[in-house]
Each structure stands twice: as structure tokens, then as C-alpha cells.
Design a protein around this ligand. Structure first.
Ligand code: BGC
Length: 778
């Protein structure tokens, strides 16, 4: 396993670099991203550099340009500091740089960059520190310290708000007022072009020599979309110059403040923040990280190699830094870490990120699921527009109620030279099942009846209505089929009877039938209310008449489940040369999508995802046969692929494969692949890091509402320790080479291990030997 970042003194909480590499900059900026789920800022340097992507986003502030789909606007830069020392503009590309260190402390999100700048015979020491606050989501604080033991310095520093940034050329923001208040607060207001979301940005700054605050008159420079304050300071040799920049952002869609007065509210807030110093504000933020994140979901790995622990610390950090707490918005496929995928949300959340939140922070999971509930009207409109009933969830979504946001056109086809049509928005329909999978998992793990009654049941029922209306009768098969879709394997378009789609549609309808049964018996009041709105009596009849006639692709004579009706008849090619690191689709150098459609080449886990998620429907022999068939045909051109492969390999006792895929998943962002992550981190793959450790190596699974624990500790690890919530109790699970222990904090629980049922009394512990299974690795 090789990472593009290093730790500091082998401490798994620090990631960074000890040299400035221009060509890695756009990647490491994403990896050392800072955020709090509301505000996100890439780890770009304060001064400008080549190859940088200076992005800052606020979750949910989507805007459209012309008739394009909405995207998160790139906001004015609050980082900037233009520094001139002794008439020399400071830049990493002039003079010499020594002792360079840039590290992100994952524990509290503080980024520190320090180095010596050797210029004109002087050695000048710089230290930049900054954090996006976890205790006050609007706040961003940075600090610069400059010293030289060799000579006096005349420092000119320009710092403020720079709105001359865009989304790769598209300017979403209309410039509003720019003002200086009280001689010390710089404010810029802007609003989005089409969605009319207002922003207020404030900056107030303090300069010190040797801790003594300088009383300087404002020296304001205003330009188009820019407002800066200039500081001119003479520093005597040996003295320290310290500069602290307090910045904040408020928007008219914030749900924690009154909407029309963000100019005043944000200004009062920045005044209050600037009463405290950098360390005091950082301490508050550090406490919030501890309480909100680290104390919630302990996970530690005892291994001689620090990298797995770095990976899981990084994953939990990024999941916290990129997840909004406001249920009107969700996690983007790239979080807030870059422009990629326009900030849009995919099934990535439900299948790859929600297990972490549901098991460790159920209230966050509830918010993320509420987003889908708020999206029901949009989903109903989509179903109706396509001639179906119920709710058809959008493949890509942005603001919860805005519906389908998949762009119609993608990159250029290498054969025709024309842009390729993106069909996922209309054909990738399994998203509707994925939402139900996540809702059911949440309900099984939390037993949150209130969520079920207020939101969950409605999602399940409306999804089933969609699927039932989507089915088509095939007279030849005498079955209901689902034609013309895209499954998880996006290399196959317009396919009939995608195994993943059909099985999950069948399962959704089964769940809805069960929900109706349950409500009719035990909660008639809720049933009547839902029946009135959703016409459940009729829907139920429809489901009952169709469910057992749904065509479910069966394993063939070799136990292989056909990915779709025609996959197994397509040409087989050697795919080793096309196997990717989860990002660079090498196969497109030789084939276009139409050609790949005719090959047995799979982009990412598809049938293998099915047999993992619905493992109780398939025997171990079938799982293994499908692994043997599909794994060599999968190029992993989506980073979502690795974690599923690792977990399934753990289940199948393919220990080496499981660990290999684990390492490859960790390397998606942390690895050395140049250019990867520049557009933003791969949040689903990051969620997958937790899944691989807890569901794969830890062997945690929810099967038909029951908890199963069957650990598979990697041979390179001495032990693994993690915590999960189950039915309101906290379970601490310690996995060793030969045994594992389950300690319960709270009410008694029950779990299954190798078909045996174990009961653990309230607040007690159980130890179970790990049975050695036959390793079927070839
Ligand atoms: C994958 C999808 C995924 C999307 C966003 C695509 O490349 O094939 O499954 O949802 O990326 O991460």
C-alpha cells in the first residue's frame, strides 16, 4: 500500500507532505480538504500557485446556468494572502524552499504549513495554520506567522475576499454590496444567478508583532468582486509577525438564522468570533470534533502498518467534513471537495455511506434519509412524467425537491468525436430500490418507529408502487419483466432484466406488502391515513397479483446469475490490461461505449453487489461461482467497486483478495495516482473504507432484521476494535486472531454467529472463538 501523503512521526491522525510538489498539488488539496458539512474549502495555499483549484462551497446552494442542471457554485476565496517581503513577492517558485511541511490534523481539522523561504541571502520562516470550525459552521479562521533571525523585514500583506473565481469558467454569482464596517470588517454580498440564494462573506483581521496588537488604519483596496485590506509592517530581526484572519459565510437558505438579515447577522457573528483568539476558537472546534465524531464511533486497528488506521481516520474525518446536517441537502459524490459531479448526490449515499452513519450516528442517517422523503414529490413527478405510479427517485439529485439533475451530455466519444448522451437519468432506475434498501437497513438497526411512521413507510410504499407500474408482461416468459434499463454496471445500456434491478424491485414490492400487513394489523390509524393518500388498498392488490410473477434471473448450470438477458452471450475479452485504480477508464482508449456494450466487461460490482446485499437469497456456492465469473471481467472503472469486492471476498474467505481490494480502495484517494481526486474525493469509496473494515473484516451484517457477527481478521492485523449501535445499545466489538468479544452498553441484544444465536445480557460481555473456515482461495 502506498500513499501520496505521509504521517507525522507515524501518528495516524496526521496526513500531509514534506515537500511541495506542484504536480501533486491539485490532488493533495482535495485530500487535505477542510470542512464541517456546511462549509468546505480545499487545501489550496494562501498564496496563488500553478495547478491549484481554489474551491470553496457551501452545501445545498445550488444554482443553474442557462438551461444546464444545477451545480454548487464556487464561492469567493477567503484564503488569499498576497505577501511581499523586502519588495519581493512571496511565492514557492522563487528563491529556495527548505523544511517544507504541510499536515492536516484529522482529529481537529487543523491544517498547518511551515517552511523556510531562502531569498536574497535571508532565511525567512513561515507558518500558516487554519481550520474550518466544527462548533460554528459559518466560521473559518487562519493564521500566518513570519520570523527571520537574519534580517529586518518590510512586509506588505494584502488579504480579504476575492470573488474572481468561477466553476471552470461559469460564474454563478451576481456581485452585490462590498463594504467596510467599523473600519475593520470587510463584507461582500453576492447572490446566485438563477436560484437567488444570497450570500454574505465577512472578514476581519488582526496583526501583531510579538503578541502586541498593531493599531493600523484600514488601507482598503476594492476591485471588481474583490475587497482587500493592506498591511505594511516593519519587523526587526528576531521579532515575530502574526496575522489572524477571521472569516465567515452566511446564506439566505441557512436554517439556523433569519433569512433577510444575513448582512447584520454575519457581521455580528464575526465581531463575536474575533473577540477570541485563534487557539480559543480552535479549542472549541476541537471539542466539537470530539463530541460529534470521535467519541461516537471508535474504530482502531492494531497492526505494524499504520496505513490502515490512517485510512479509517481519513474516512471518518471526510465523512464528517462533507455531510450536511440539514436534511434538505445530502452528500455529493465528491462531497464539498471539488467541482466533480457538480455537488450532486447519487446512490453512493444510500449504498456506500449510509451504513457508517446508521450504525454509528443514527441521527445523521435519519437526516440523510429525510432528504429522500423531502424528495418524494419530485420522485412522484418523475414517475408520472414517465407514465408510472408512485415515486421514481432521481439518479442524480441536488436540492431535495428539485428532482432529476442528471446532465444530458457527457464526455466525447473516441470513435464518433461527438459528446455522449448520459442515459442514467432515465435508465438507471435501481436508485429507487437503493433508497428502500437504506431505509430498511436504518429501521432494522435503529428500530426508529417514529421515522418509520412519519417518513419510512411512505418511501417504501411509494417505491413499490413505482416498481409495480414499471413491470411489463412478457407473454413468452409468462412473467413480469423490466426492459430497457442500466444496472450498476453502467457499461451496459438499454438492457433487459438487469439482475440487480429485477431482484431489488421484487424485494421492494415484498417489503411494501409486509408493511401493509403490519400497519393493517398493528397501526390502522397510520394505515388509513396512508391509504387515503397513496391508495394502498388498490396498490396492495396490484402487488399481490404481480410479485410472484416477477422474472428473477436464475443462476445458470454453472451457478452464474446473468447480469442481464444478453450479457452471457456477449464476447469475452482479456480485461487485465483494463483493470483500473478506480478512476481512469483505460478501456475507452480502445473501445467506445457502444462497443463495450457488446462485450462481457463490467464497470463495477453489479451481480456481486446483489449477492453481497441480498446474501440470504444465494448459497455460498452461487456466491463463489459469481465471484469467479465476474471478478475477472470487472475493470473497476468506478471507485465504488473495490469495497464490495473486498467485503464479498471476506465473506468467501478469500483473505488475500479481501485485503488486496481493501488496499486498492484505500488508495483511490490516498494513493499515488496522479490527477485522481483533483475534481474531488470519492466519497462512496471513502464510505466503503468503513464498510470493508466493519462489514468485511468485522463481519457485521443485518440479515432479515437480525444482526450477524462473523469476523475475518486480516492476517496482517493483530486485532480490530470498533463500536456500533444496535437497537439503541452500544456494542463494542473486539476482534482478535482466535476469538472476538462483544460488550454491550445498554439493553440486552441477540446476534447470530455461524447459525448459532447468542444472547448478551444488558451491560455485559461475551467471548466467542473464531471458527477457522476452509480457505477456498485458488
Ligand atoms: C458510477 C456510479 C456512481 C457515480 C458517482 C459513476 O462512475 O458508475 O455508480 O454513482 O460514478 O460516484
Amino acid at each position: 500500500m502506498e500513499y501520496c501523503v505521509t504521517t507525522k512521526n507515524n501518528d495516524s491522525w496526521y496526513i500531509g507532505t514534506n515537500d511541495f510538489d506542484l504536480f501533486k498539488a491539485d490532488k493533495t488539496e482535495a485530500i487535505m480538504f477542510q470542512g464541517n458539512g456546511y462549509l468546505g474549502i480545499r487545501a489550496t495555499a494562501e498564496e496563488r500557485n500553478l495547478n491549484e483549484r481554489r474551491d470553496m462551497f457551501v452545501a445545498g446552494t445550488f444554482d443553474a446556468f442557462n438551461d444546464e442542471v444545477t451545480e454548487l457554485p464556487n464561492l469567493p476565496d477567503l484564503l488569499n494572502m498576497e505577501i511581499v517581503i523586502n519588495q519581493r513577492a512571496f511565492s514557492l517558485s522563487t528563491g529556495l524552499i527548505e523544511n517544507y511541511h504541510k499536515h492536516l490534523n484529522l482529529k481537529n481539522g487543523e491544517l498547518v504549513r511551515s517552511f523556510d523561504w531562502l531569498i536574497d541571502g535571508n532565511r525567512i520562516s513561515f507558518k500558516f495554520s487554519r481550520f474550518v470550525s466544527m462548533s460554528d459552521v459559518h466560521l473559518f479562521v487562519s493564521k500566518l506567522e513570519i520570523t527571520s533571525d537574519q534580517s529586518d523585514l518590510s512586509i506588505k500583506l494584502n488579504s480579504g475576499i476575492d470573488g474572481q473565481y468561477s466553476n471552470s469558467g461559469t460564474q454563478h454569482l451576481v456581485e452585490g454590496d462590498k463594504r467596510l464596517f467599523d473600519g475593520k470588517i470587510l463584507q461582500m454580498q453576492e447572490k446566485t444567478q438563477q436560484t437567488n440564494i444570497g450570500f454574505a462573506f465577512n472578514v476581519t483581521q488582526k496583526a501583531y508583532i510579538d503578541e502586541v496588537l498593531l493599531k493600523v488604519k484600514p488601507n482598503i483596496r476594492m476591485d471588481r468582486r474583490q475587497i482587500f485590506d493592506e498591511y505594511n509592517v516593519d519587523l526587526t530581526k528576531g521579532e515575530k509577525f502574526t496575522f489572524v484572519k477571521y472569516a465567515n459565510v452566511y446564506t439566505t437558505i441557512d436554517n439556523d438564522v433569519g433569512h433577510d438579515t444575513i448582512s447584520d447577522i454575519s457581521m455580528d457573528a464575526i465581531k463575536r468570533s474575533s473577540l477570541l483568539n485563534y487557539d480559543e476558537l480552535l479549542n472549541k472546534s476541537t471539542n466539537a470534533w470530539n463530541i460529534n465524531v470521535w467519541q461516537r464511533s471508535l474504530i482502531s486497528i492494531d497492526s505494524d502498518d499504520v496505513k490502515p488506521q490512517v485510512a479509517i481516520n481519513f474516512a471518518r474525518y471526510q465523512l464528517a467534513a462533507n455531510t450536511p446536517k440539514d436534511s434538505r441537502m445530502n452528500i455529493g459524490a465528491k462531497g464539498l471537495t471539488g467541482e466533480g459531479y457538480k455537488g450532486h448526490t447519487f446512490w453512493d449515499t444510500e449504498i456506500y455511506m449510509l451504513p457508517y452513519f446508521t450504525f454509528t450516528m443514527p441521527e445523521m442517517a435519519r437526516n440523510l434519509l429525510k432528504y429522500r422523503y423531502l424528495g418524494l414529490d419530485g420522485a412522484r413527478k418523475k414517475a408520472k412524467a414517465n407514465g408510472y405510479w408512485g415515486a421514481q427517485f432521481p439518479w442524480e439529485s441536488a436540492w431535495s425537491t428539485d428532482g432529476e439533475m442528471t446532465p444530458p451530455w457527457g464526455s466525447v466519444d473516441i470513435v464518433t468525436g461527438k459528446p455522449m448522451r448520459i442515459l442514467s437519468g432515465s435508465l438507471e432506475q435501481h436508485i429507487t430500490s437503493d433508497v428502500v434498501i437504506a431505509v430498511m437497513q436504518y429501521l432494522s438497526i435503529t428500530k426508529d418507529e417514529r421515522f418509520a411512521e412519519e417518513m419510512g413507510y411512505e418511501i417504501i410504499l411509494d417505491a413499490a408502487k413505482f416498481w409495480a407500474s414499471r413491470l411489463e408482461w412478457d407473454p413468452a416468459r409468462k412473467k413480469f419483466v423490466i426492459d430497457n434499463v442500466i444496472g450498476p454496471d453502467e457499461y451496459k445500456e438499454h438492457i433487459d432484466n438487469s439482475a440487480f434491478t429485477n431482484y431489488t424491485a421484487f424485494w421492494c414490492i415484498q417489503k411494501a406488502i409486509a408493511v401493509v400487513g403490519l400497519l393493517r394489523n398493528s397501526n390502522p390509524e397510520i394505515y388509513n391515513e396512508l391509504n387515503l393518500r397513496l391508495k394502498l388498498d388498490d396498490a396492495y392488490q396490484d402487488w399481490i397479483s404481480k410479485v410472484d410473477l416477477i422474472f428473477l434471473p436464475k443462476p445458470n448450470e454453472f451457478d452464474v446469475i446473468p447480469e442481464d438477458d444478453t450479457y452471457l452471450q456477449k464476447k469475452i475479452i482479456e480485461t487485465t490490461q483494463y483493470q483500473s485504480d478506480g478512476g481512469h477508464a483505460k478501456i475507452f482508449k480502445d473501445y467506445n461505449l457502444q462497443q463495450i456494450n457488446d462485450l462481457q466487461v463490467t464497470k463495477q460490482a453489479d451481480v456481486l453487489l446483489l449477492v453481497f446485499l441480498f446474501e440470504d437469497l444465494f448459497s455460498d456456492d452461487i456466491k463463489l461461482a459469481n465471484w469467479n465469473y465476474y471478478e475477472p471481467k470487472t475493470t473497476h472503472d468506478s471507485s465504488l467497486s473495490f469495497s464490495t469486492h473486498s467485503i464479498l471476498a471476506s465473506d468467501l474467505n478469500l483473505a488475500d483478495k479481501a485485503y488486496d481490494y481493501f488496499e486498492r480502495a484505500c488508495e483511490v484517494d490516498l494513493g499515488t495516482g496522479v490527477g485522481k481526486s483533483a475534481q474531488g474525493l470519492h466519497m462512496a469509496s471513502i464510505g466503503g473504507i468503513w464498510n470493508m473494515i466493519v462489514e468485511g473484516f468485522g463481519g457485521i451484517r443485518v440479515l432479515d432484521g437480525q444482526l450477524r457477527i462473523e469476523p475475518h481478521l486480516p492476517s496482517k492485523w493483530n486485532s480490530l476494535h470498533f463500536e456500533i449501535n444496535w437497537h439503541g445499545s452500544l456494542l463494542k466489538i473486539d476482534v482478535y486472531k482466535d476469538t472476538f468479544q462483544v460488550s454491550v452498553l445498554g439493553d440486552a441484544i441477540t446476534f447470530i454467529n455461524h447459525n448459532e444465536i447468542y444472547h448478551v445480557a444488558a451491560n455485559s460481555k461475551i467471548e466467542i472463538p473464531i471458527s477457522i473456515e476452509v480457505n477456498v482461495e485458488d
